[in-house]
Every structure is written in structure tokens, then in C-alpha cells.
Ligand binder design. Structure first.
Ligand code: AMP
Ligand code: ZN
Length: 116
């Protein structure tokens, strides 16, 4: 999608602070971090929201989590004593503002529950 902010990051038109990348997944630091580690893990292929997922996307979603796991390891927050939160907002009421699927990886501080 030419008009999508995160597709522009995949194409290189915009250069985010990349922390991990493989063939299908890109992970970069959030511009407005909500925790010491706040990374967005995105599929390189454009999918707008969770509602748009198809059966054939199941493996790709698993790969987003494996990407998050790798980044958590890199950031030193993967140990049992540490921890992190992954969040995927879907549509307006959940607070989704960028309509290219992304998994937030948040960590480096204690997390409250319930979320806001
Ligand atoms: P969401 O509200 O779940 O759609 O998350 C979108 C996230 O993208 C927010 O946390 C924003 O801070 C982040 N964001 C927006 N623009 C950029 C950008 N240019 N580079 C990195 N992160 C961004
Ligand atoms: Zn996109």
C-alpha cells in the first residue's frame, strides 16, 4: 500500500530504528515509547487489522510473536524474573491509530493490570 506509514518503512522510504528483521517481519522502536523497551513488530506484507486476517495468515502471526521473543532477548527482558507485554490493538475503540497490523512489545518496567 503506497499510502501506509508502515509499508513505507518496509520499502525504506521512511527509515525507522530497526532492531530486528527477517524475510517476513520488521521490528523497530516506537516513536513515542510507553516503556523503556517499546518496539513494534510488523508483517512486511500489508494487513490492516486483526479483522482482516485470513486462515493463510496464521503462520505469519506466529512469526510476529517469534520476532517479539527475539527482540525481548536482545533487550535483556526475556528472563523469568523480567517479562514483557505484547499488545495488538484492533480498530478505533481499542486505540489503533496505524492501520497496518503491528504487535507492540513493551517492557523494562513493571506493567499494571487492567490496561487503560
Ligand atoms: P496503535 O495506536 O496500536 O495503532 O500504535 C501505533 C503506534 O505507532 C503508536 O505507538 C505510535 O507511537 C507509533 N508510531 C507512529 N508513527 C511512528 C513512526 N513514524 N515511527 C515509529 N512509530 C510510530
Ligand atoms: Zn501497510
Amino acid at each position: 500500500m503506497t499510502d501506509c506509514l508502515f509499508c513505507k518503512m518496509v520499502s525504506g522510504e521512511i527509515e525507522p530504528a530497526v532492531v530486528y528483521e527477517n524475510e517476513e517481519v520488521l521490528a523497530f522502536r516506537d516513536l513515542n515509547p510507553q516503556a523503556p523497551t517499546h518496539v513494534l513488530v510488523i508483517p512486511k506484507r500489508h494487513i490492516s487489522t486483526i479483522n482482516d486476517l485470513q486462515q493463510g495468515d496464521a503462520e505469519l502471526i506466529g512469526k510476529l510473536y517469534l520476532g517479539a521473543q527475539k527482540v525481548a532477548e536482545q533487550e535483556g527482558i526475556h528472563g523469568a524474573e523480567r517479562g514483557y507485554r505484547t499488545v495488538m490493538n484492533c480498530s478505533a475503540e481499542a486505540g489503533q491509530t496505524v492501520f497496518h497490523l503491528h504487535l507492540h512489545l513493551l517492557g523494562g518496567r513493571p506493567m499494571g493490570w487492567p490496561p487503560g
